[in-house]
Design a protein around this ligand. Sequence first.
Ligand code: NDP
Length: 338
Amino acid sequence: MTIKTTVLVTGASGFIAKHIVRELLENDYAVKATVRSDRGQEQLVALFPDAGIEFVRVDLLEEKGWDEAMLGVDVLMHTASPFPEIDPKDPQDLIAPAVQGTLRALRAAQKAGVKRVVLTSSCAAIYKDSAKPPLERSTRANWTDPDGQATSAYEASKTLAERAAWDFVAEHPEMKLTTINPGGVFGVPMDEHYGTSLGYAERILNGTDPAYPSMALPIVDVRDVARMHVAALTHDTAGQRFPANAGTMSMIEMARVLKAAYPDRKIPTRQAPDFLVKAMALFVPLMRTIASNLGRNLDVDASDGPRVLGFTYIPSRDALLASAEFLAARSTTPAEKS
Ligand code: NDP
């Protein structure tokens, strides 16, 4: 009997993590999972009833459970981190769990002799580098300025957590870290619990906004994000960051693609002038985050992933359409809703 490599996936109930669990199981890894509720565990058992996943309860903000989580583990895949649609009033509500959680996971791994770590970071930890001209495309060498005026609490949380992870492994050179830094993740969720990731697709599909800000997002399909996490284990990736981005799409482009695919839906395709977005930002929290992106290039060169890990990105347009198909199948049009 061959002994399988056991991978601990933290935040396994998340949209991306469920795909990572599927990819791990398909590649013959044993999976151990951290969740923080019965609900999260039930979702995974429903998706993978015969996989023999072992569950441990942990919270990013609590010490309890982390040592138990690392028992029998060969690899840590740390995906858990809060990802709300709107930034909280107090940035620490995101920064504390992101940074403390990352350090808790790494300390417990180090104590248990787990040497291989893959961390789910973000393009958000890359593209708001104050040392870079705002319109220049980023590379994996860039780092978001966590104190920058245009940096959201979420972007700061991802940047500080990734920094903390690199600092930790610098002090513990026996540990090998790879980060996967996705842009906005679309694609098909594995169940009805998919966090906030499909938010923009959902807003456009439902005609929520009368016009869109002039902003383009790096986009990647969740299947590619999962593929990259798992392929990182069998390729020479230690010590490297891998942005995951199949190409940017502007909000208007996204709206046009969805309008063409769903002609019966009322999907606006107008551009909102910057001054209007900035004015709305004074009152609408979501607009505040969006306004901070105006006049900035959020594109990140992500060509290393396919070259090193040997895959081709699912095109951004297809990732968006896959999300839309999923959402459209379970929603009525706004007209039918009312
Ligand atoms: P989800 O919200 O679906 O998943 C987040 C996971 O983190 C959930 O399992 C959640 O648990 C867990 N979590 C949050 N707070 C805590 C806490 N205090 N203690 C324990 N667990 C916690 O988001 P995604 O799947 O989209 O995101 C997963 C990772 O990918 C995150 O690190 C995110 O920053 C990163 N990312 C996501 C992108 C995207 O577009 N989706 C883009 C780039 C990076 P619970 O289910 O109990 O809430």
